[in-house]
Write a protein that binds this ligand. Structure first.
Ligand code: CA
Length: 226
């Protein structure tokens, strides 16, 4: 499995490529934003590990470009910026996960495995609630039969909520589902994804509601008023 690693700190970059190789991942290392763009445009990677502070630009710009072309490439952002605002900005720009330096290699590998893990297709091929349909094989959501572009994390949340429609899904379960069992998830990260998903579904005319059950979790149901 080939990964793209974008990191300009050579010491850390070497540590990463060596550590990932020990876990049997092949990596291509890019030390500038320009090199990263060139590499990403020619090679299909299983995931991208992305530093934000680069000598010739901001990693977030690369991330936005990836999402603008609707590329579902899983992206794990690495950064020294630990502030809440940066974290939220990173997630809103389409990062699937976020790791603040310094971090343990084991933690990076655990997060990466969670990103690469696709939820099992256990319960039939498609899920439907009102005019919202989810094809579990292609992992594609449809509203009124029109395909919808959502981030990998949003898709993961949507599938989980649709599988348990009309039932409360505990927040912890959503958290584990989208972040794996690596822990250290910021307390607002799940809210960020649910909020974004709810907004997109409503803007695109899905006749469903995602209810927040305060202190417990979330519940997806048909919006009878819509
Ligand atoms: Ca850097």
């Amino acid at each position: 499995m080939r990964l793209a690693v974008v990191e300009d700190n050579l010491e850390l970059a070497q540590l990463l490529t060596k550590g990932l190789k020990a876990e049997r991942y092949d990596t291509d290392l890019f030390t500038t934003a320009a090199d990263a763009r060139a590499g990403l445009s020619t090679t299909r990677y299983a995931a991208l590990i992305l530093d934000l502070g680069l000598p010739d630009g901001d990693g977030l710009a690369i991330l936005r470009e990836i999402r603008q072309r609707s590329d579902p490439l899983p992206v794990l952002v690495l950064t020294a910026r630990g502030g809440l605002q940066d974290r939220v900005t990173g997630l809103r720009s389409g990062a699937d996960d976020y790791l603040v330096k310094p971090f343990a290699l084991e933690e990076l590998v655990a997060r990466l495995e969670a990103l690469l893990r696709r939820p099992g297709q256990l319960l039939g091929r498609s899920l439907a609630v009102a005019n919202l349909l989810f094809d579990t094989e292609s992992r594609q959501a449809f509203i009124d039969d029109k395909p919808q572009i959502l981030s990998a994390r949003e898709v993961a949340v949507l599938e989980l909520l649709m599988r348990r429609k009309d039932r409360v899904v505990p927040k912890k379960l959503v958290e584990d589902h989208i972040f794996g069992l690596s822990g250290e998830v910021g307390s607002n990260a799940v809210e960020v994804y649910v909020h974004r998903l709810r907004k997109q579904l409503s803007e695109r005319g899905a006749k469903v509601q995602i209810h927040t059950i305060r202190g417990v979790g979330y519940l997806l149901a048909e919006d009878k008023a819509a």
